[in-house]
Design a protein around this ligand. Structure first.
Ligand code: TRP
Length: 375
């Protein structure tokens, strides 16, 4: 196995080479045709698709077929509450909200407080539960339809999840999880069972499910896809986004557990300014003279990448920034200033919504779910 980079749900090391990742994971790159088909069916385009931030899929065509001439589909994604929410988490959620709005579908969101408890030696189950409630606010703040959106917290909704997880667990054997996740004899058995729990929400409804997710989560659902037909469910369909770089640059993905590697949705304008100015990796040259001559590198410059991947959806504006930075007429400090302004504005609006949102409206209701399934 080539070890130049590692990407699993729990580990990220080295520079991710996406061409090689596509081969390694067996992903389907989203073709232009597929991109147009999504936009056509949705009735509008989305910049995350257009810019190939969502770059690959599994069975996306099946989902569109089911929407157009079948039973439809539902959405599912999730979050392991190991810390505050950072902007990398917002990418699949913002896209999921857009899908919900344009396809008018039900959304399930799983908060895996158990997973992060098993995984992180420093976190108690109370810690991860409290973080789950905090993360739920960030999710709900993005404008999901409260009547069609259900947030499940693993430690609270086992009554519904356990029978589904048990179905999955019986069909997944140890050698498969071991190979997928690199488990050893010292891995705790909570971790070994966990992939069954992340599979469970796929089986909440009999319809096809579409999961927008960071590509690091794909290994779980490869296992789910193998076993779904045995359980007489459709294989879950996936649409993957690339990982957003940490502040220090593309070598490390953003991590909720390393404080200065990320910008959080809880950061103040001051913290945002300091983090970007001090830690955001610059693709600029060492001296102004050299920068004017050679220009900056937009492939590696983290401030540019944050604008490109999230904070500047306007194509005309981002292309101007790109041109000016690459030609050397825009300096690294000026680019950082643009990002700081965009981010500060975004966070101000987000934080207001986050404080005022009523997550009670979104928390999964087992009784309501049972009644709906009986119909
Ligand atoms: N394991 C994910 C994480 O660590 C959380 C998660 C649960 C998830 N269910 C999911 C992510 C479905 C994507 C899709 O963040």
């Amino acid at each position: 196995m080539d070890r130049d980079f590692i990407l699993t749900p729990w580990e990220s090391e080295g520079d991710i080479d996406y061409t090689r990742l596509v081969e390694r994971f067996g992903l389907n790159v989203i073709s232009n045709e597929m991109r147009y088909r999504v936009a056509d069916t949705a009735g509008e385009d989305h910049f995350l698709l257009r810019r190939k931030i969502f770059f690959s899929h599994r069975d996306l065509g099946v989902i569109l077929n089911s929407h157009q001439s079948g039973p439809g589909f539902f959405l599912y994604t999730g979050r392991g509450p190991s810390g505050n929410t950072h902007i990398g988490h917002l990418i699949p959620w913002v896209f999921a909200q857009w899908l919900q709005k344009n396809f008018d579908v039900t959304m399930y969101f799983q908060l895996t407080d158990d997973e992060k408890f098993y995984r992180d030696a420093g976190l108690s189950l109370d810690d991860t539960y409290n973080l789950a409630l905090q993360n739920a606010r960030d999710f709900a703040a993005l404008g999901f339809d409260p009547n069609k959106t259900h947030i499940l917290i693993n430690s609270r909704h086992m009554g519904t999840l356990y029978p589904l997880a048990a179905q999955a667990a019986k069909k997944i054997n140890y050698s498969n999880t071991k190979a997928s996740f690199g488990f050893g004899n010292d891995t705790n058995i909570g971790m070994i069972f966990y992939t069954a729990l992340q599979s469970a929400p796929c089986f909440l409804e009999r319809k096809p499910v579409l999961i927008p997710l960071g590509v690091d989560q794909d290994p779980h659902f490869r296992l789910t896809r193998d076993i779904a037909p045995i359980l007489k469910y459709p294989k879950p369909a996936l649409i993957h986004n690339i990982m957003i770089p940490s502040l220090a640059g593309s070598k490390n993905k953003m991590s909720a557990s390393q404080k200065n590697s990320a910008v959080y949705t809880t950061d103040t304008p001051n913290q945002i300014r300091k983090k970007i100015n001090k830690y955001a990796y610059s693709g600029g040259q060492e001296s102004v003279a050299k920068h004017r001559e050679l220009g900056g590198n937009t492939q590696t410059d983290v401030s540019f990448l944050y604008l490109w991947m999230f904070f500047e959806p306007d194509d005309v504006k981002i292309n101007n920034i790109k041109k000016e930075y690459e030609s050397g007429s825009m300096l690294s400090g000026e680019l950082k200033q643009i990002l700081i302004e965009k981010m500060t504005k975004y966070m101000e609006i987000h934080q207001n919504r986050r404080e005022s949102v009523d997550i009670g409206e979104y928390i999964f209701d087992e009784v309501e779910y049972k009644n709906k399934m009986r119909r």
